[in-house]
Design a protein around this ligand. Structure first.
Ligand SMILES: Cc1cc2nc3c(=O)[nH]c(=O)nc-3n(C[C@H](O)[C@H](O)[C@H](O)COP(=O)(O)OP(=O)(O)OC[C@H]3O[C@@H](n4cnc5c(N)ncnc54)[C@H](O)[C@@H]3O)c2cc1C
Length: 376
């Protein structure tokens, strides 16, 4: 018998929807509060590694994910020269197991819709445009006041509300988020036929320029540069800046660049990172996903780690008769070191580029693949 009857999950991203699906399927009454009016509002693409795909399959959404996304098993390394010369073709590790693709690109809004629909189908109550304004816990539960004035009492609150987590703020935890020194231009648009996998172009005016197919019809493309305050640029200036930076890259980039015409499809984001030391809970409130740890997307593991947090947390919760130290120690033991290793490696990859240092990139990627191929 589980220790839980009622759970509030704050945030309907990857971590939150995955938690809601697993708990609701087991018969727990789950409220899933999401501050945005729509989970599938505009967004770019996401690169999902095999271990993320393994978690998505366990959530019962593999058919929908594989029908919508674009799988591939090799990443190309290209030079910033006039031909976009292929320097290497590196097989990606199948970290979700041999029967799943190594990597899959997806439009973020499509993935968000699939997961939110599955959560609702599983019995979770999705409350859009809703957040909490107060949390007060005692030994037996958590009293929550919501932004619409309603209240609820829950056995557990899961803070899955992302890197700027308000739940974490209410717990009084300083996450120590720090910029890593890089910023990324991203654009979402049509997929030219020549883009059938991720290619990474190292060097030129930026650190990395690349793209990832996200469906038969779409891709996202990105250029990574030194972190800058780009907030003052108008939409037209943002488009011009990304086009200018991308003009150094050729091969399939030529066709991608030709599609960069819509300023509303361009975004700029600074890379940031943090890892909370264990434990990630305070009493009956626990933090998971980017609320607990965040990494620059150099290994494209943030989504996978969020899904793994949800998988391990819900497995332990559903097996426990009480929310006791044993449960929380088990959660910390299985998640903290693994997530921290992924964050550290993701930061290191970027740091080598910033320091213009060669670094053992294949060794590091191999180490993380060997770690995450193991079930969480
Ligand atoms: C530029 C960039 C590129 C990335 N690319 C990749 C990639 O290719 N592959 C990959 O695996 N990872 C990538 N990541 C990391 C990945 O996006 C995150 O690790 C992942 O989204 C974390 O999921 P999450 O559910 O913890 O948080 P989020 O996805 O941030 O979801 C949090 C949810 O909570 C909601 N919310 C926030 N505050 C509140 C509140 N107060 N009340 C209610 N709801 C709230 C938000 O609206 C959101 O829906 C990238 C990150 C960045 C910055």
């Amino acid at each position: 018998m589980t220790a839980l009857n009622t759970v509030l999950v704050v945030g309907a991203g990857l971590a939150g929807t995955a938690t809601a699906i697993r708990l609701a399927e087991a018969g727990v009454a789950v409220d899933l509060a999401e501050i945005k009016p729509d989970v599938a509002a505009l967004g770019s693409g996401i690169t999902l590694q095999g271990n993320a795909l393994r978690e998505l399959r366990a959530l019962g959404v593999w058919d929908a994910v594989s029908a919508a996304g674009y799988p591939f098993d090799v990443t190309g390394i290209r030079a910033p020269d006039p031909g976009g010369t292929v320097v290497a073709e590196i097989p990606d590790a199948r970290t979700g197991g041999p029967e799943l693709p190594a990597v899959m690109g997806m439009p973020r809004p499509v993935l968000a819709r699939i997961l939110a629909d599955r959560a609702v189908e599983s019995g979770a109550k999705l409350r859009l445009r809703t957040t909490h304004t107060a949390l007060a816990q005692d030994a037996d539960g958590v009293d929550v006041t919501f932004s619409d004035g309603s209240t609820g009492r829950y056995d557990l609150v899961v803070g899955a509300d992302g890197i700027r987590s308000a739940v974490r703020g209410l717990l009084g935890i300083d996450p120590g988020i720090r910029p890593t020194g890089m910023g990324i231009w991203r654009a979402f648009g049509p997929r030219p036929d020549s883009v059938t996998r991720t290619d990474l172009f190292y060097g030129g005016p930026s650190y990395i320029a690349g793209y990832c197919p996200t469906s038969e019809d779409t891709l996202y493309a990105y250029v990574v540069e030194d972190a800058r305050d780009r907030s003052g640029l108008s939409p037209a200036e943002r488009l011009a800046t990304m086009r200018e930076l991308a003009s150094a890259y050729h091969g399939p980039w030529d066709a991608v660049r030709a599609t960069l015409t819509d300023a509303s499809r361009i975004s700029y984001t600074l890379f940031e990172t943090h890892v909370l030391p264990a434990p990630w809970h305070r009493g009956r409130v626990v933090l998971i996903g980017d609320a607990a740890h965040s990494c620059p997307p150099t290994l494209a593991q943030g989504g996978a780690q969020a899904l793994e947090d949800a998988a391990v947390l819900t497995e332990l919760l559903l097996a426990a008769e009480t929310l006791d130290d044993r449960l929380w120690t088990g959660f910390a033991d299985r998640r903290c070191a693994r997530a921290a290793a992924v964050v550290e490696a993701s930061v290191q990859l970027g740091q080598w580029l910033l320091d213009r240092e060669q670094g053992d990139v294949p060794g590091l990627i191999g180490r993380i693949a060997a770690l995450v191929v193991q079930p969480a």
